[in-house]
Design a protein around this ligand. Structure first.
Ligand SMILES: Cc1cc2nc3c(=O)[nH]c(=O)nc-3n(C[C@H](O)[C@H](O)[C@H](O)COP(=O)(O)O)c2cc1C
Length: 229
């Protein structure tokens, strides 16, 4: 099995949580620039990396710590810069405990993934797509129907938001994609039965950077208050 060890997660920015929340927006236009393997490391760690080695708890909360999610990354041609070269275009699976990615299959599958996602162009134009899948049984074993209809989708939302905020912090952009053909995405990722694709998350450098400040929000709130007071 080919396994690529990622750089350790570390403090990489001085962007605060409140600034990341303010600046987060869904981005659908990406520059052709690659991302770096350090950025990939931070994105995967934010999604589902270990933050409590003693108990194995992760960056995202999970109902009953059942952790039903799996994280894949679809890497395009010349899309992830390592020291002196690029990661091989392929589909990889995140090993959260070893903080590594394991090769699933060779090739650039962004085009196929875009087709499976109603041809949404940002899926093929971004250098990478993270795909979050869920093994529902890990949670429904304990929580039954409530696990299926509520807890697993909630877990996915938490991991997705962590990716959004980490991308924003790194100066990258992303958009959470829920509209796709489950069966086709499962085929591309070669998922076993019992594992369901939940989100496709293209990530890259935004073509334009947003500039919103807290003063803009204060002005907005003030104008609304004038209308209601
Ligand atoms: C569950 C879910 C599914 C979504 N699916 C798509 C999608 O298939 N394609 C897309 O372009 N955006 C998708 N979005 C992004 C929303 O369109 C976006 O969050 C919304 O327009 C608000 O914009 P903002 O994220 O910049 O605040 C999805 C968002 C969520 C939460």
């Amino acid at each position: 099995m080919t396994i690529i060890l990622l750089p350790f997660p570390k403090k990489v920015s001085s962007v605060s949580v409140e600034e990341a929340i303010l600046l987060r927006r869904s981005v659908r236009e990406f520059s052709p620039d690659p991302i770096t393997v350090e950025q990939l490391s931070m994105l995967l760690w934010a999604a589902y990396g270990v933050t409590d080695p003693k108990h194995g708890f992760r960056s995202s909360p999970s109902a009953g710590a059942t952790y039903p999610l799996e994280i894949y990354v679809v890497v395009g041609e010349k899309s992830v810069l390592t020291n002196s070269t690029y990661l091989e275009p392929a589909i990889y699976k995140y090993n959260d405990r070893a903080h590594a990615i394991e090769l699933i299959k060779h090739g650039d599958y962004r085009e196929a993934l875009s087709k499976a996602a109603l041809n949404q162009p940002w899926v093929r134009e971004a250098p990478i797509d993270i795909v979050i899948t869920a093994v529902f049984e890990r949670t429904t074993r304990f929580y039954g129907e409530r696990g299926r209809t509520r807890y697993v989708p909630m877990d996915v939302g938490h991991a997705g938001q962590n990716i959004y905020l980490m991308a924003t912090t790194l100066g990258l952009g992303t958009v959470a994609i829920g509209a796709f053909d489950d069966r086709r995405v499962a085929e591309i990722l070669t998922l076993k039965s019992g594992e369901t694709p939940m989100y496709i998350i293209p990530i890259g450098k935004p073509r334009t950077q947003r500039k919103t400040e807290f003063a803009d929000i204060a002005r907005y709130i003030e104008s609304v208050r004038k209308g209601v007071a």
